[in-house]
Design a protein around this ligand. Sequence first.
Ligand SMILES: *Cc1c(COP(=O)(O)O)cnc(C)c1O
Length: 403
Amino acid sequence: MNYDAMFQSALDGLRADGSYRYFAELERHSGQFPKAYHYGLGRDVTVWCSNDYLGMGQHPDVLKAMHAALDETGAGAGGTRNISGTNHYHVELEKELASLHGKESALLFNSGYLSNWVTLGTIAGRLRDCVVLSDALNHASMIEGIRHSRAEKQIFRHNDVEDLEERLKAFPRDIPKIIAFESVYSMEGDIAPIEAICDLADKYGAMTYLDEVHAVGMYGDQGAGIAEKLGLSHRLTVIEGTLGKGYGVVGGYIAASAPLCDFVRSFGSGFIFSTALPPMVAAGALASVRYLRRSSAEREGQQRAVAYLRDALDRVGIPHILNPSHIVPVMVGDAELCRALSDELLKRFGHYIQPINYPTVPRGTERLRITPTPLHSNEAIDELVDALLVLWQERQLKRSHAA
Ligand SMILES: *Cc1c(COP(=O)(O)O)cnc(C)c1O
């Protein structure tokens, strides 16, 4: 058996349909975000597609907390949470996250991916006859967790409460149900009808599981997300978030009732049998969460940059999806073109935007997903839009109006 040939032929398939992934090798400069050194290019570029949405990855409070905890506690946690790995910072961070979302309890994971995978896998897998109703655009981590649970799954049309209700109706009231969805969807930037979904959950006796990964730190008075902004936190059974995007560090969590968190803590294999986050990571995330609970300047700066970018794109007619979030998808609609535009933006203009192609988005909806941060100045945004306009003109691409 030639195993490598098998691997290679699968990879050739990816290359043939344009979905093979190339990584940009970057060195982020602390203090100079969104600038980063691009190894392939041999020079600094401006990063426009980072999920360090607020630049917290270089925030002085976060770095100071991490340095202090590193010196104090050393490099790693030293074990799983159960066997010597629970450090004071983990406990403090869980308390802070519970309080942030107005829940009794919270549970930390090594990533947001794991928090979705473990929580959905454990709850849906262990509650007898549980059914999961999952939004069609849910993130891979939820899909894989649900699959792992082997529970019955119903996929409802994206953000479609009528379709969701039709599906809920079909099940007896007295079997456990979970409605799993996101607040801000990362590729479209649209927002779920959270209140209507909670109403349905009440009507049909379902739990609600909300992934707020693309909202925590960024929405609500304290940065707890869209549910906080809409005054709905108390209506959700589980709020899940990441510490790696808006909070700029790494890790994931759920916030929920004490029994639910204890259940996942006690039965979730992917939680139990994995080394805890380094205490310095928990300390950095704690500093980030605390800072963003009291400071709105970063959220306001992000909204300013997003509005400025949308206006600048509209002025020259570069087509983008209008949505209520901070995600600005510039639509291209062709995999090769999307890659070529990204390449030219990088090589000629020093702007880095990773092309988003199938299977991350459906074919024909390929896009450049731009996530401006408070650290992207208006001048930088003007430069980016000028560069996009040059490319749109050279290639005579469709514009949203004749500017
Ligand atoms: C990125 C992402 C995750 C995973 O979070 P990580 O902390 O990066 O592992 C979960 N859900 C959604 C919607 C995401 O985009």
